[in-house]
Every structure is written in structure tokens, then in C-alpha cells.
Design a protein around this ligand. Structure first.
Ligand SMILES: [Zn+2]
Length: 74
């Protein structure tokens, strides 16, 4: 994972490349031929932001089902 500034978390977060399910979801929204292989997503709990590595302007929010809940605090 790599650190990047997340516009919705308003701070530096760990990003990772989209997995196959996430790529499929982006294509469902942007079109089957949309290039999805250089998208990265924020891994902060509860954050759905994704974007191209060098372009915050080409990004968006993943569908709600990809939201990763914060781990339970025991
Ligand atoms: Zn974020």
C-alpha cells in the first residue's frame, strides 16, 4: 500500500489498487471499456473514495457495498 492524500478523509491515508469486484463496479458506472487498471482506493475505514494515482480529478466513490467498516474496538 502507498500513502496518498484522500479528499474525503481530508488527510494522508493508505491506498491500494482496486480489486476485481471494485473494478467491475466502476465499469458498471462508467462503461465496459473504461480503463480501470490504474485506479487506487482509500483503505480508511468507512471511506469509498477511489481515483487515478496521478489524477484526483478522475475518481469517485465506490458503491456502498464496498464500504469497509471500522474494526470493532474491544
Ligand atoms: Zn479516504
Amino acid at each position: 500500500m502507498r500513502r496518498k492524500a484522500c479528499p474525503t478523509c481530508d488527510g494522508w491515508q493508505d491506498f491500494r489498487p482496486l480489486d476485481d469486484a471494485e473494478k467491475t463496479a466502476v465499469r458498471a458506472e462508467k462503461g465496459d471499456r473504461h480503463y480501470v487498471h490504474d485506479y487506487w482506493r482509500c483503505t480508511a475505514a468507512g471511506c469509498l473514495w477511489y481515483q487515478r494515482w496521478y489524477s484526483r480529478g478522475d475518481g469517485g466513490l465506490l458503491p456502498e457495498k464496498f464500504r469497509e467498516e471500522a474494526p470493532p474496538t474491544a
